[in-house]
Design a protein around this ligand. Structure first.
Ligand SMILES: Nc1ncnc2c1ncn2[C@@H]1O[C@H](COP(=O)(O)OP(=O)(O)OP(=O)(O)O)[C@@H](O)[C@H]1O
Ligand SMILES: O=P(O)(O)OC[C@H]1O[C@H](OP(=O)(O)OP(=O)(O)O)[C@H](O)[C@@H]1O
Ligand SMILES: [Mg+2]
Length: 284
């Protein structure tokens, strides 16, 4: 018994998808131009596909799992289960118009021509806002559309915004925020569900580790109560005596989100020699 997972053959999600499997301790040899491969140390077969085709393959049961952007999952509108958000491929689907266009609200798109590769999502978005617009579906290079007179506005994926900028466009509405997700169908056998649970457990440990840092610092013993009060830790911080009398080493785990604030406070409270170390896996 095994699981079959579909990942992007090439493009924005390809490398991060492979990296995630590797970080989960799954070794796959992805030879150039090889469209199918087996993991050597986990019952997993990997298919390399165009991302647009992944939802359909998973729905049909040709693959049991897929790694794909939420934007594609929504656009393809297939009955898939989102197992886990993966924290990469973060982007937004946004409306953009030429820089010179005066834009004050979504009403300004009434009656306009909008070019997009996401007609389903855009239609749905506009319908809910009661805006009628003409949607032109194009499969790529969407940002060029206003410049060549094909459309008045576009709706496409944005992350840094540099593609919009280079094409003389400005972002005016966020339609959707997206990241890569692990999806599955509901056809998994009990044995496959167990394998999926095992994979999900590893993914969660990798994700948690990425969001946290291991922090070591030295503190004079009289400052310990204040410093320990600043540190969350997995249970509580570890305190070990230093060779030098009156000093201790304090170890803890900090979340990426409040990391800088806590570090500043630790320093102000008298912590010295603060070391911050990445965590490889984290199981709580
Ligand atoms: N600029 C970006 N920053 C971050 N994530 C992005 C960006 N652009 C796209 N993505 C995410 O990566 C996914 C794949 O993007 P990519 O541009 O590689 O797709 P594609 O050209 O349709 O590839 P394919 O050849 O597989 O059809 C998108 O569906 C989206 O979820
Ligand atoms: O805001 P930015 O950082 O500039 O990113 C946005 C661009 O990235 C994606 O295309 P990609 O580069 O993946 O190429 P593609 O057109 O081949 O899909 C997307 O379709 C935008 O064109
Ligand atoms: Mg595609």
């Amino acid at each position: 018994m095994k699981l079959r997972i579909a990942i992007q053959k090439s493009g924005r999600l390809h490398e991060d998808s492979i990296k995630l499997l590797k970080e989960c301790g799954i070794d796959i040899n992805n030879g150039v131009n090889k469209l199918k491969t087996e993991a050597t140390n986990f019952p997993l077969e990997v298919f390399f596909l165009r991302d647009d085709d992944i939802p359909q393959y998973v729905e049909d049961g040709v693959a049991d799992l897929g790694i794909v952007g939420e934007n594609v999952v929504l656009e393809k509108n297939r009955p898939l289960r989102t197992v886990e958000k993966l924290g990469f491929g973060k982007c937004r689907l946004a409306m953009a118009v030429p820089k010179s266009m005066e834009y004050s609200s979504i009403r300004d798109l009434q009656g306009q021509r909008i070019a997009t590769s996401y007609p389903v999502i855009v239609n749905d978005f506009l319908r809910k806002l009661d805006i009628q617009a003409e949607i032109h579906e194009i499969s790529g290079s969407v940002e060029i559309a206003p410049g060549i007179g094909l459309a008045d506005a576009i709706c496409d994926l944005v992350s840094s915004g540099s593609t919009l900028f280079m094409n003389g466009l400005k972002e005016v509405e966020t339609v959707l925020r997206s990241e890569a997700v692990l999806v599955s169908n509901d056809k998994l056998s009990p044995g496959q569900q167990q394998l999926l649970a095992k994979l999900q457990f590893r993914i969660q440990a990798v994700k948690k580790a990425k969001n946290n840092k291991y922090v070591l610092l030295n503190a004079p013993n009289d400052k310990l109560p204040e410093i320990i009060g600043l540190l969350p830790g997995m249970k509580s911080p570890t305190v070990l005596p230093l060779a030098e009398e009156g000093w201790s080493s304090v170890h803890s785990v900090l979340n990426e989100n409040d990391f800088w604030d806590i570090i500043e406070n630790l320093k102000a409270a008298g912590a010295q020699g603060i070391l911050v170390v990445p965590i490889e896996k984290m199981v709580v």
